[in-house]
Design a protein around this ligand. Structure first.
Ligand code: UD1
Ligand code: UDP
Length: 368
């Protein structure tokens, strides 16, 4: 007898990293038949992750276009996932997080009246434009889902406040910690190709949020330039996202400094090694805010709000926004004061223990 069909739909790098442990774990359970559909909202950055975790999608919608817009992205995913859902007739569709793939594929499953499980449910800033469009994407995905896999207590509380029944909410931890631990243990990698100077402190930085496009990203780059000018003992490593709105600004502003190393997006395994090597991380990424506290690295978040307040409370993450002065001052404090640096690392990692996928599967096993 074949197992119950679990259709996992995802499309971007972070969704792939966070759904991969679930695909790997589901394959160990005969009672389930995992079916993977990638929207390929990202192409190269998705493929890097699929290869690392040895995932061969059953359906590849291949929809990415150069500098795509939200309208066509949403409608392409909505229409193409309709066919996949109709052909596979799954017992449940699993979607992840807050991307356009999560929004459109959950809506698609809702229209087909197939139950949806939302992985990384319940995150909120309660500000519909920050982050844009992710806050509304996750609200919609939560609204149409039947099962809610919430990473933390705060996420559980947010869901309860939205009148979602407690019996369909499970606190699981975040699957990103499953991915991080799996990668650190099974996928060793080295960074020789970056030619880092071992005698310098290393700042790792990433930035890609739509609300930071234009002036805020220019200002972030100016802050980086000021920091490397003021501190001859630091180097900055910046793997630049493939979004042209990011690349145009970053390469124009930061290409010509010998202690600023701009790279292509790094494969996940070397990126984990890179996070481990970094002294300080500056980012507007969601996933990195969750991984860094596990690796005991201080993170300055280049945003004014976060849907991940837990690590801000535990101390490992600080919101610094996009003002040049604030970014420079807060980074300088971390560079200058050992006490301040160590204080940021004294709290617990609030995002999980590496067993989130197991808990999701246990719940599905009981429900389906
Ligand atoms: C998307 C998500 C964002 C998530 C981020 C993770 C939405 C609206 N945005 O933002 O929530 O935090 O992914 O990185 O869902 N590109 C490539 N190759 C790739 C990936 C992107 O060339 O592998 C370029 C393409 O020109 C593409 C553009 O980047 O059109 C934008 O991609 P898109 O997924 O729309 O936005 P992101 O900024 O990546
Ligand atoms: N990441 C990666 N290579 C990079 C930069 C990031 O593998 O060059 C990983 C990172 O460890 C995290 C995820 O990608 O797990 C975060 O993705 P991104 O920042 O694109 O999206 P977000 O988390 O903000 O949605």
């Amino acid at each position: 007898m074949s197992g119950k069909k679990v259709l996992l739909i995802f499309g971007t790098r972070p969704e792939a990293i966070k759904m991969a442990p679930l695909v790997i774990e589901l394959k160990k359970h005969d009672e389930f038949e995992p079916i993977v559909c990638v929207s390929a909202q990202h192409r190269q950055m998705l493929d890097q992750v699929l290869e690392l975790f040895d995932i061969k999608p059953d359906f590849d919608l291949d929809i990415m276009k150069e500098n795509q817009n939200l309208w066509s992205l949403t409608s392409d995913i909505l229409l193409k996932t309709k066919d996949v859902i109709e052909r596979t007739k799954p017992a449940v569709v699993l979607v992840h997080g807050d991307t356009t793939t999560a929004l459109a594929s959950s809506l698609s499953a809702f229209y087909a009246k197939v139950p949806i499980g939302h992985v990384e449910a319940g995150l909120r800033t309660f500000d519909k434009y920050y982050p844009f469009p992710e806050e509304i994407n996750r609200v919609v995905a939560d609204s149409v889902s039947s099962y809610h896999f919430a990473p933390t207590d705060e996420a559980v509380e947010n869901l309860k406040k939205s009148a979602i029944s407690s019996e369909n909410i499970v606190k699981t931890g975040n699957t990103v910690i499953d991915a991080l631990l799996y990668t650190a243990e099974n996928k060793p990698s080295n960074l020789d190709y970056l030619n880092l100077n071992k005698n310098l402190k290393t700042i790792l930085m990433t930035s890609h949020r739509r609300e930071n496009f234009g002036k805020p990203l220019e200002t972030i780059c100016d802050a980086i330039l000021e920091l490397v000018e003021k501190n001859s003992n630091i180097q900055v490593v910046y793997p630049v996202h493939l979004n042209p709105n990011v690349r145009d600004v970053v390469f124009r502003k930061l290409s010509n400094h010998e202690r600023i190393i701009l790279t292509e997006p790094m494969e996940y395994a070397p990126f984990v090694t890179m996070m481990n090597k970094a002294d300080i991380i500056l980012t507007d990424s969601g996933g990195i805010q969750e991984e860094a506290p596990s690796l005991k690295k201080p993170v300055l978040v280049l945003r004014d709000t976060t849907e991940r307040p837990e690590a801000v409370k535990s101390g490992a993450v600080k919101l610094v926004g996009t003002s040049k002065e604030k970014i420079v001052d807060e980074t300088q404090k971390l560079l200058d004061s050992k006490q301040h640096y160590e204080k940021m690392l004294s709290g617990e990692n609030p995002y999980g223990d590496g067993r989130a996928s197991e808990r999701i599967i246990k719940f599905l096993s009981e429900k389906l």
